[in-house]
Design a binder for this molecule. Structure first.
Ligand code: ADP
Ligand code: MG
Length: 443
């Protein structure tokens, strides 16, 4: 068993935020008030649902993009331009198809202006370390996906970065390959066979985070903020079946499914939150009603521990989290201490006929979903009972990026359609109110 202790500050983010100017002139906040310090000797996992700004945060740390506000420090010096101490590994590595494995690995060193002989020696050593021995002369197209990703690892590690950044490095690989590479990377780190001082890994897999990380930072969405930051003090290598491992997994589930930002702050520290909460527009998870219904049905016999359920169903955080969020918005499920339960409404839903289900969802979304409420109210108020989709897009465009606004509206349309509140007429691009007749005349 090996443990490492954190010492010196590598990277520090102070009040960092990132926003983008939309084509319509509105600014969208992606990350807000990020305060964070990465120190030597730790593997830090950055965990969060898709769209929470994980990649954006990592790119800022690498100096590939710049904060809109706040300051990033590398070894206590303000970061201006590329971070000299960082190498990044992406989900799928862009290898040059016309270069051999060796040449691809050397590329990073070339960028650092190192002499040929020196480059070759380092590249060969890293190729060896990363298990590509014998493949030096191969071309990327001759390699499997797993081997190609290894080349990416070798290329990043060859430059001997102080901070190795990885953005979902295993998620494009098959399960077994991912597991092997993950373990090998941990070996290299624990046995100090790589000079890397610290590792930052972006992931949406809770299990991956708890397997690898000494510290886990959980990001929330809209805008991305740090919801939790804590240490995982379980010695490596970790037993995923152990009680302490599961306790961490449960804790993370609890955090990401927790509805209230303020409550979370208190859950993490007793310090009372004094930051002002900006008025936020409710953000709908992009989930179809069919998925919500399917999930709620599965719950009938499997209420309880969310982690077990996710494992059983082979679902990852990004699959299951939006569904839970949607089901929760509709008050079909409830979450408590990492456990999930059907509410009375949820039970009624399961028992109901198709009509009863539709009616129930209609009631729930009209009560709880702001965008649905707005659409319904506008349609009712309109003499033609038809309103163009663009009208609603404009309505929410100050709160979301263009793509996200599109997704939000499509979700609201999907939900409202299912509930037979309104329909969408594709050719005219208009949303129209379902007539009473149609509403109660479903066969
Ligand atoms: P994650 O990696 O957690 O999935 P990202 O950092 O990729 O999240 O993106 C966070 C949000 O920022 C997303 O809503 C995305 O659409 C938005 N975003 C990212 N890059 C840009 C950009 N260049 N312009 C506008 N919006 C962006
Ligand atoms: Mg990402």
């Amino acid at each position: 068993m090996v443990t490492k202790t954190a010492t010196q500050s590598l990277v520090r983010l102070q009040d960092v935020n990132k926003s983008y100017l939309q084509p319509n002139g509105q600014t969208i906040s992606i990350l807000d008030s990020i305060n964070l310090e990465l120190s030597e000797g730790e593997i830090v996992a950055l965990l969060g649902p898709s769209g929470s700004g994980k990649s954006t945060l990592m790119r800022m740390i690498a100096g590939l993009i710049f904060p809109s506000g706040g300051q990033i420090y590398y070894r206590n010096h303000p970061l201006k331009g590329l971070n000299p101490g960082v190498a990044i590994i992406f989900q799928t590595f862009a290898l040059y198809p016309w270069l051999t494995v060796l040449e691809n690995v050397e590329l990073g060193l070339k960028a650092k202006g190192q002499a040929l002989e020196f480059r070759r020696e380092k590249a060969l050593r890293m190729i060896d370390v990363i298990g590509l021995d014998g493949f030096e002369g191969a071309y990327p197209k001759e390699l499997s996906g797993g081997m190609r990703q290894r080349v990416g690892f070798a290329r990043a590690l060859a430059v001997e970065p102080e901070l190795l950044c990885m953005d979902e490095p295993f998620s494009a690989l098959d399960v077994l390959t991912a597991e092997n590479l993950r373990t090998e990377l941990l070996d290299l780190w624990l046995e100090k066979r790589i000079p890397t001082k610290s590792v930052l890994i972006v992931t949406h897999s809770i299990e991956e985070a708890v397997t690898l990380a000494d510290r886990i930072i959980v990001l929330g969405r809209n805008p991305g903020r740090i919801r939790a930051d804590f240490k995982v003090e379980i010695p490596h290598y970790r037993d995923r079946k152990s009680a302490e491992f599961e306790a961490f997994v449960d804790r993370i589930y609890r955090i990401i499914t927790h509805p209230d930002q303020d409550d979370i702050q208190q859950l993490i520290s007793d310090q009372k939150s004094t930051t002002r909460e900006p008025v936020k527009y409710q953000s709908l998870p992009s989930v179809r009603i069919g998925a919500i219904a399917g999930f709620v049905e599965i719950l009938e016999n499997r209420q309880g521990d969310l982690y077990r359920l996710a494992q059983e169903l082979l679902l990852e955080l990004d699959d299951i989290f939006p569904i839970i969020e949607a089901a929760k918005m509709m008050q079909l499920v409830n979450l408590q201490e990492g456990d999930i339960y059907l509410t009375e409404i949820g039970k009624k839903f399961i028992e109901g006929s198709i009509d009863q289900r539709k009616q129930l969802i209609r009631q729930q979304i009209l009560e709880n979903i702001r965008l649905v409420k707005q659409i319904h109210a506008s349609l009712t108020a309109n003499p033609k009972q038809r309103v163009s989709k663009d009208f609603f897009l404009e309505l929410i465009q100050s709160h979301f990026s263009q793509d996200e606004a599109d997704r939000q509206l499509n979700t609201a349309i999907d939900w409202g359609r299912y509930a037979e509140l309104y329909g969408y007429d594709e050719p005219s691009g208009e949303i129209f109110l379902e007539s009473q007749e149609e509403q109660f005349n479903v066969s």
